[in-house]
Each structure stands twice: as structure tokens, then as C-alpha cells.
Design a binder for this molecule. Structure first.
Ligand SMILES: [Zn+2]
Length: 317
């Protein structure tokens, strides 16, 4: 049986439904929990998060993939209660958003230690929650080049992916040659990797999406909705039409099979105010209408939001 790990247990891939493949229940830089300015009570976090997940469910959303790394506010017991309360499947990750978000304890760890940690969280569980990770997060540190620590984490992730069959999802796909080299050295087929943030306003130009897709990689157009049209756009925003055109151009080159879409929104940001007016429900409220407006038919839209993520997330035996 094809299966995917969710925080409430493994489910058949056919039950995922519409998938938001790169999202956050709550994301913050490590240490933000120590700054009293940003403290939130559990009730505040619930109040901000539950309506967004309920709406996601009402719109027909099935699965929310939380790719908040180990040190960025990941909170599995909380996810379990959110999933039980809203009926949305939640997939949690192991791994790190980037080397620069790995706290010193992990920064000092070797490849073997990190590999064992990832494999344990995928096959045994995350701490004593009983929940197994369904995806491995890695990423490129700020600065635009992969650091030695980034590469160590990528190698551990690749080994864990080969051992467990769980896929890898990256934060950023700039400077991708070292990443591709690590995956090839470790014998991980590139269709087990989603190269993310190919569409954001800062990195789109330096992400060779067609090259990566040609090698077999999957490409994440996963910052949909961070638009310059927002009231207070973030620095990685991009004009709405420009992003859409970029996406349509990629799909038009024959890479529909390789494309994944998401909004990278925060239900309840930690340590920063977040981006007002942007939620996971951009997918239903704006993206799907835009795709229809651009002439994509329903089977194509279903492929993007259901079939492609199901194929990606299914654990490979
Ligand atoms: Zn993200």
C-alpha cells in the first residue's frame, strides 16, 4: 500500500486530497522563543491557526505539509491536536530550513549523527509523540552559497532518504550544483527531491529550474501569494502576473510532471509579525482561479495539487 506519514499516523497516498506541499503552522528563527516581545499563549496560536485550517478544509484542502525545521518552532503535539480538531492531514518534517537555522548542538554534529537523527524521526518517531516525519527539510543558508554545514545536512538528508524512502524538500535551489552532486554521490534519484522557492522575488533569476527538472528534480513554485500587490509586501515579493507567467512558462516547457505549487504561508508566525493578508488559502482563493483564467483545465490543476504531491510524498520502498 502506498503510504505517507502524517502526524496522526500513516495514510494511503490516495487519501491526501489537495495538498499544500510547503507551508508552516508557525515559523520563527531559532531563539525567537526567548524574546519576550514575541511570546504567544497556546490560545493565541490556536486562535490564529484553527480558522485558516478550517477554511482550508472547507475549500476542499486535504493535506498541509509543515516544513518548519527542527529549530524553527516545530511542535508535533500541537500539530496533532490541530489535525484532530480540523480534519486536515498534517505532515511534519525532520531536518533544518538551512544550516544557518541549526542551533549549535546540531551545527557541531557530524553526518552520521544527523543521519541517525533523521532516520529515527522518520522510522521510530519524533521524540515521544509517536508521530513520524513524512519529509526531510534542507536548505541553503543566507548568503546565496551552500556552506559546509549546509552540505553536511544535505548529505545526511540524502542518506536518510535512501534508507527510508521519504523525500527531501529544499528551502531555496540557488547554487544547486553542490546539492545535485551530494544527491548523486549518495545514490538518491532526483525525483525524490523538491527544489523549492524557484519562484520567489529574490531567487527566481538564479534558480536553474529547467536544468534541475531536466535532471529529474521536482520544482517548487511554492511562494505563491507573496506579491508586490500586498499592502506591506516582504522583500521576497514579486508581481503576481510575473510569477504566474514564470510558472506557466515552466509548465509550457513540458515540465508539468515536475511542478509543485504552494504558498509558504505562516498560520501563526513566531518571532516576527508575518505577512498580512497571506495565508495557505491563497491556493483556493487566487491561484486556482488564476490557473483557470490562464486556460489550464481541471485535470491539469488536479495533477498539480493532488497527483504530483501524492507521488512525491509516497514513501518509496
Ligand atoms: Zn517555508
Amino acid at each position: 500500500m502506498s503510504r505517507v506519514n502524517t502526524v496522526l499516523g500513516p495514510i494511503p497516498a490516495e487519501e491526501l486530497g489537495v495538498v499544500a506541499v510547503h507551508e508552516h503552522i508557525g515559523y520563527g528563527m531559532p531563539g525567537s522563543e526567548l524574546d519576550t516581545k514575541w511570546w504567544k499563549t497556546p490560545e493565541q496560536r490556536y486562535e490564529e491557526t484553527v480558522p485558516k485550517l478550517r477554511k482550508f478544509r472547507e475549500y476542499g484542502g486535504g493535506t498541509f505539509v509543515d516544513v518548519t525545521g527542527i529549530c524553527n518552532g516545530r511542535d508535533i503535539d500541537y500539530y496533532k491536536s490541530l489535525s484532530a480538531k480540523t480534519g486536515v492531514h498534517i505532515v511534519a518534517c525532520t531536518g533544518f530550513v538551512g544550516g544557518d537555522t541549526a542551533l549549535p548542538f546540531f551545527e557541531r554534529a557530524g553526518v552520521d549523527y544527523l543521519t541517525r537523527q533523521f532516520v529515527h524521526e522518520i522510522t521510530v518517531g519524533i521524540g515521544d509523540t509517536g508521530s513520524k516525519a513524512g519529509v526531510i527539510k534542507v536548505g541553503v543558508s543566507r548568503g546565496g552559497r551552500m556552506t559546509e554545514l549546509d552540505k553536511r545536512i544535505y548529505r545526511a538528508a540524502a542518506r536518510a532518504a535512501v534508507t527510508t524512502g521519504v523525500p527531501i524538500l529544499t528551502h531555496l535551489a540557488i547554487d544547486p550544483e553542490p546539492a545535485v552532486a551530494v544527491f548523486e554521490e549518495e545514490g538518491l534519484p532526483l525525483d525524490r527531491v523538491l527544489f523549492g522557492h524557484a519562484d520567489d522575488g529574490v531567487n527566481a533569476d538564479s534558480t536553474p529550474a529547467a536544468w534541475l527538472a531536466g535532471l529529474g528534480g521536482r520544482i517548487g513554485f511554492d511562494t505563491f501569494g507573496y506579491e508586490t500587490e500586498l499592502e506591506d509586501p516582504p522583500f521576497w515579493a514579486r508581481p503576481r502576473q510575473e510569477r504566474l507567467d514564470h510558472f506557466l512558462d515552466f509548465v509550457g516547457k513540458g515540465f508539468l510532471d515536475k511542478a509543485l505549487v504552494s504558498a509558504d504561508a505562516n498560520c501563526s508566525p513566531l518571532g516576527w509579525p508575518g505577512v498580512k493578508g497571506h495565508t495557505v488559502n491563497y491556493l483556493f482563493e487566487d491561484l486556482i482561479p488564476d490557473l483557470r483564467g490562464a486556460g489550464l483545465d481541471e485535470p491539469t490543476i488536479r495533477k498539480l495539487l493532488e497527483d504530483n504531491p501524492a507521488d512525491f510524498l509516497t514513501i518509496r520502498d
